[in-house]
Design a protein around this ligand. Structure first.
Ligand code: PLP
Length: 276
């Protein structure tokens, strides 16, 4: 399918020490930036979690990030999830971590959340791939329609599981971006909340692709206000809708200032992507 998958073996588990050190340095820098932004925003230390955005990175690179302190990962493409799932789960188990939805399939797993690494899908999901990703990822951040939510719900019920979902909102209004219309987000969240098989955990957005920081911030602030309105209305199935997944390499400090609870960072950890 995607050309870069032909150029790079995403299941590769062995990387050289220099590369591992580069990634460790990236993780430490990002964790410092998050701590600094939390402090400047007057927020509780540790209130923002780092999700490593791992698209185009192989298993060895991702494990170097985990060894340096990353405790949540996110993939964009179902094909990448599938290519890496087995190696990641095995490498995580060897370190005493469970990964994603594969909880309980191995003896090392226990209920201690510190021994678990959440695995999210953060990119677009076509409905014919739902069945492939549900056994691996526990949360889908890119739900942007009732139709997709219903399809995930049906699959989850059939598997006897509850899938975490975030509602993706297109706060920037940029056509290239996925996500629902901000004007419909509250209504959509309330409908998703009623679906059996789903746990609505929050909202997600991608910051506006502009230089004007005020514009970027306004989108993040609006996502927070939307989350607050959903929680205040308190309709059935929305009580867990706390997460605000917003902020990437270039705008994480702005997102943290506006209440982000998850920042999704790729480039600042792993360096520039050689493929899309
Ligand atoms: C790639 C990606 C990120 C991380 O972007 P960087 O700029 O590399 O930090 C975050 N969220 C989504 C949805 C992405 O596709």
């Amino acid at each position: 399918m995607t050309a870069y998958m032909d150029h790079k073996d995403l299941a590769n588990e062995t990387i050289d020490e220099g590369r591992a050190q580069q990634i460790a340095d990236g993780v430490h820098r990002v964790l410092d930036r998050i701590a600094q932004a939390e402090m400047e925003a007057g927020r509780e230390p540790g209130s923002v979690r780092l999700l490593a955005a791992t698209k185009t990175r192989d298993v060895g690179e991702i494990m170097a990030a985990i060894d340096a302190g990353v405790r949540m990962i996110g993939e964009n493409r179902p094909q990448e999830v599938i290519a890496k799932a087995e190696g990641l789960a095995r490498q995580c188990a060897a370190r005493g971590f469970s990964l994603g939805a594969a909880v309980g399939e191995d003896d090392v797993h226990d209920d201690n959340p510190e021994h678990h690494i959440p695995f999210h899908l953060i990119g677009q999901l076509q409905s014919n791939k739902i069945g492939k990703v549900l056994p691996v990822v526990e949360t889908i951040e890119s739900v942007d329609s009732l139709d997709l939510a219903q399809k995930i719900a049906r699959r989850a019920v059939a598997r006897g599981i509850t899938a975490g979902v975030l509602l993706e909102v297109n706060e920037s209004g940029e056509e290239s971006k996925s996500g629902c219309d901000p004007a419909q987000a509250v209504d959509l969240a309330q409908q998703i909340g009623t679906l059996e098989g789903l746990d609505l955990q929050g909202l997600m957005t991608i910051g506006a692709h502009v230089d004007d920081e005020a514009v970027i911030r306004r989108g993040f602030a609006h996502l927070r206000e939307t989350r607050d309105r959903i929680l205040q209305a308190g309709t059935p199935g929305t009580a867990h809708c706390h997460e605000l997944s917003m902020g990437m390499t270039n705008d994480m400090a702005l997102a943290i200032a506006e209440g982000s609870t998850i920042v999704r960072v790729g480039t600042a950890i792993f360096g520039p992507r050689a493929f899309i």
